[in-house]
Design a protein around this ligand. Structure first.
Ligand code: C2E
Ligand code: MG
Ligand code: MG
Ligand code: MG
Length: 281
């Protein structure tokens, strides 16, 4: 059941069990307790300037360490959290982590601090009438500069949420930036998307990965950049794993990228090492 839900190799219970509904209910109940039990944590993945390789920001990615089952991938537990509503508390927590961290880095690293921290926001959060209030409260409580925050929403989440355009516009009015995540995977039209108030397009890794400059993804990637440039939108290429892919993106005119080539999701301690050059022995 977990495999079907998440598309990962990870398994929740004995695959021989066929009580899928019971398993899902048990996992949902455990997920509700995960935050108070301290099992949820956040990792930070660099978003880099493609010409220098220097990090310009980070995306915050949530993790759940289950006491018996180990690390559970977000592709498995986020959909469950969305279905059960637990995503509202988890989403607030991850926003708090992002705000605390960005305020801390701004204080300690000064001009070297990462420009911007990105936080994923799910459809359920976007549709929540309390969402804007939560963002406002968390900003006020943490003292984070809204200009250092970006929220990432998928096109699917936006298109399925009636009030999405209004919510995004309100967030921009508060000084945050808005990114459209996993761009290209949602079967929506470009013209529809261009009516949305967004600052950044994150081009999905399915277009970026691949070895040849002639595969369909590479052609999409090459052509999207003219489009984002004309609309004054920044493009970030996701899932860059090889130098050849990075070179293709540079040649196409991309300025920003994210992927294992530049850094995996990491702890804040490891992230800071990217800013403080290691002492040479
Ligand atoms: P996403 O927002 O598109 O995040 C990017 C995903 O791509 C992350 O997976 C990241 O680890 C992975 N990735 C980055 N570079 C590479 C690469 O070079 N190669 C490959 N193969 N993968 C790469 P992760 O951390 O497993 O998260 C999966 C998804 O779960 C996220 O996709 C996002 O939709 C969701 N998610 C994660 N954290 C949160 C959260 O705090 N809130 C919400 N609502 N969703 C979250
Ligand atoms: Mg994202
Ligand atoms: Mg993405
Ligand atoms: Mg994704």
């Amino acid at each position: 059941a977990a495999k079907a839900a998440g598309g990962s190799r990870w398994q929740w219970f004995d695959p021989a069990m066929d009580h899928a509904a019971d398993e899902a209910a048990r996992m949902a109940a455990e997920l509700r307790q995960a935050l108070p039990r301290g099992e949820i944590f956040a990792l930070f993945q660099p978003i880099v300037d493609l010409t220098t390789g220097a990090p310009t920001g980070a995306e915050v990615l949530m993790r759940w360490r289950h006491p018996e089952h180990g690390l559970i991938p977000p592709d498995v537990f986020i959909p469950i959290a969305e279905r059960t509503g637990t995503i509202i508390e988890l989403g607030r927590w991850v926003l708090e982590q992002a705000c605390l961290q960005t305020a801390d880095w701004a204080r300690r690293l000064g001009p070297a601090a990462p420009m911007r921290i990105s936080v994923n926001v799910s459809a359920r959060q976007l549709a929540d009438p309390g969402f804007l209030g939560t963002v406002r409260d968390v900003l006020a409580a943490t003292g984070a500069d809204p200009a250092r925050l970006m929220i990432e929403v998928t096109e699917t989440a936006v298109l399925n949420t009636g009030s999405a355009a209004r919510q995004l516009a309100a967030m921009r009015a508060m000084g945050l930036r808005v990114a459209l995540d996993d761009f290209g995977t949602g079967h929506s039209s470009l013209s529809l998307l261009m009516d949305l108030p967004v600052d950044v397009l994150k081009v999905d890794k399915s277009f970026v990965s691949g070895d040849s400059a002639e595969h369909v993804g590479a052609i999409v990637v090459r052509n999207l950049i003219g489009f984002t440039d004309d609309f004054g939108i920044d493009a970030v290429a996701e899932g860059v794993e090889t130098e050849a892919q990075a070179e293709r993106l540079r040649a196409a005119g991309y300025h920003y990228a994210q992927g294992y080539l530049f850094g995996r999701p990491m702890t804040t301690a490891d992230f800071e090492k990217l800013f403080v050059p290691a002492k040479v022995a």
